[in-house]
Design a protein around this ligand. Structure first.
Ligand SMILES: [Zn+2]
Length: 353
């Protein structure tokens, strides 16, 4: 689809290009010139994978792709594990990155807790675009090494992810680089997790459980469900369950208290969701509320226990953040059709194994 503008999700102001946020501080979303339209038959004419859903994504002149998507959906009764760690760089981030880097056309800078950095570095290598990745000093070693192997320039900052985000914005402003990150275009790409779950199951699951850091994934999944409902491809919507680490739970706190989002200093082994000032917190809250969902928080000790349990019970390993949906399962009642979005591969972080 052709992009018309980038609209603020709070004050509705429209911007001609993607900014990291509106002048009012809220996130932006992509507005298109037309409504997405496709039948299941038209979609399934194309080979399985992220770009099968191109009618629901921004138009790109040059597609930068590592054949992301078509990740396994492993089913055990009414439980379904969506293995996003099987993407080319080991996390769901590749779905957003293929869209962003296909549209970047200039040097790229990106702040990361690790996974997005590896993904952006890999796609920039294919696009032959110079790439600078900014990450917190305490990023897991495997992730730091994974980023450097693709040839990205790496800046390490003291402090947390929020500091890396500020640093990346400064570099982008100074050098006119494309600022990659959890912004409007990436959210569009991440919608394909939802499209693919619906495509693979052939029905709408009762609930979808996602880890929450910046809140971009859960809001993208909600948008994906809405897109397919509006296009007449599904009738029902799923309930969305968001899961945060107890040591970094600003979205959960805002949901519980109703007092709005307040930044926190993260303290958790789930580094991939250690986003103290969540960029898409507002949209994540909306997605959870509109879907009549819920938010849970999980302690580091329970994450470690759940990681071992999931690996031994199902043969599925994930990095600590990717275990959050499984860890949240025991808090949910009823034997419903449930999809767990397992966001990152276990081999990305072996420290607590
Ligand atoms: Zn605004």
């Amino acid at each position: 689809m052709k992009i018309h503008a980038f609209q603020c999700v709070a004050c509705q102001q429209q911007h001609p290009t993607q900014l990291h946020q509106c002048t009012c501080g809220a996130p932006l979303r992509v507005l298109y010139t037309s409504k997405p339209r496709a039948t299941w038959q038209q979609i399934r004419k194309h080979q399985a994978g992220h770009w099968r859903y191109a009618p629901f994504l921004p138009d790109v002149a040059r597609r930068i792709s590592l054949d992301e998507g078509h990740t396994p959906l492993v089913t055990d009764g009414r439980l379904h594990f969506k293995l996003e760690g099987c993407n080319p760089t080991g996390s769901f981030k590749d779905r957003g990155t293929t869209v962003e880097i296909s549209l970047a056309n200039r040097p790229v800078v990106c702040a990361t807790t690790g996974n997005m950095g590896a993904s952006v570095a890999a796609y920039c290598a294919q696009a032959k675009l110079p790439c600078t990745i900014v990450l917190p000093r305490n990023t897991p070693l495997q992730k730091k090494k994974q980023i450097s192997i693709y040839g990205a320039r790496v800046h390490t900052v003291p402090g947390h992810y929020t500091h890396a985000v500020e640093q990346a914005r400064h570099i982008a402003e100074r050098t006119q680089a494309y600022l990659a990150g959890d912004y409007a275009l990436r959210r569009e790409g991440e919608k394909t997790v939802a499209y693919e779950i619906l495509d693979q199951l052939d029905y709408t699951p009762d609930r979808i459980i996602c880890p929450m850091g910046n809140g971009t994934l859960v809001s993208a999944v909600w948008q994906g469900l809405l897109d397919f409902k509006r296009a007449g491809l599904i009738r029902q919507l799923s309930q969305l369950i968001g899961v945060q680490a107890s040591g970094c739970a600003p979205i959960a706190t805002a949901y519980r208290t109703g007092k709005g989002l307040r930044a926190v200093h993260p303290h958790t082994i789930a580094s991939a969701v250690a986003c103290g000032d969540p960029l898409d917190g507002l949209l994540a809250l909306r997605a959870i509320k509109e879907s009549c969902g819920a938010i849970f928080t999980i302690s580091d000790a329970d994450i470690i226990r759940a990681r071992h349990a999931m690996a031994r019970e199902y043969g599925i390993d994930a990095e600590p953040a990717g275990v959050l949906p499984y860890a949240a399962l025991q808090r949910l009642k009823g034997n419903k059709q449930t999809v767990l979005v397992i966001t990152g591969n276990g081999m990305k972080d072996l420290k607590h194994v």
